[in-house]
Ligand binder design. Sequence first.
Ligand code: FE2
Length: 221
Amino acid sequence: MIDLHTHIIPQVDDGSKSLEMSIKMLELEVQNGVEQVMFTPHFMYDSNSEEKKEKIKAQYHLLISNCPELPLKTYLGAEIMYNENLYQRIENGNEVFTLANSKYLLVEFPFHSPHYRIVDKLYMMVTKGYKVILAHPERYLYLTMDDINEIKSCGILVQINTSSLLKDFGKEIYKRAITMMQNGFVDFVASDCHDLSIRKPNLKQVQKLLKKYHISNKIDL
Ligand SMILES: [Fe+2]
């Protein structure tokens, strides 16, 4: 089982605050039955994105070189905030920050309704050969279930958060997450962990739901 969406790399975003915290988060992943962890720090294509990517890489190497022997496979990726720069890069055929250098691309969107149709933006990426994973659409309240159905029918994969299923974001987001599971819209459930308290690695807590809806959290990188 993989935890596909995590903020465990220290001091690169609003996730782990220290190397010690990162190591404890990884230990917690193991306790949750996770065998593979994808590191997905927040990332955006802007004027200093190359600098930020270098920092992420450096902190990633710092973490894995200081990690105790854990029965875990770790990979470097990113959670990319959609913007016009990302769209242009992909449309122009330039490289983007994917999951473990694969064709999988984890993309998030703003929490307020954007002026464009998400499905159109993601579908262009699909046509360019990317296996696009939409991060936590249950949290984008402006997306209806019909919108998510359309997104799915375009071959876009969907990842929802454990915390949505645990009602940490309230009743409405919980209901949306469950409806998405019932409709077969969910490809991955990930912790989107940021810390060791409110947003910690917690995949084990939704194990029954994963089983019920046949979500294996496996990925062929
Ligand atoms: Fe995230």
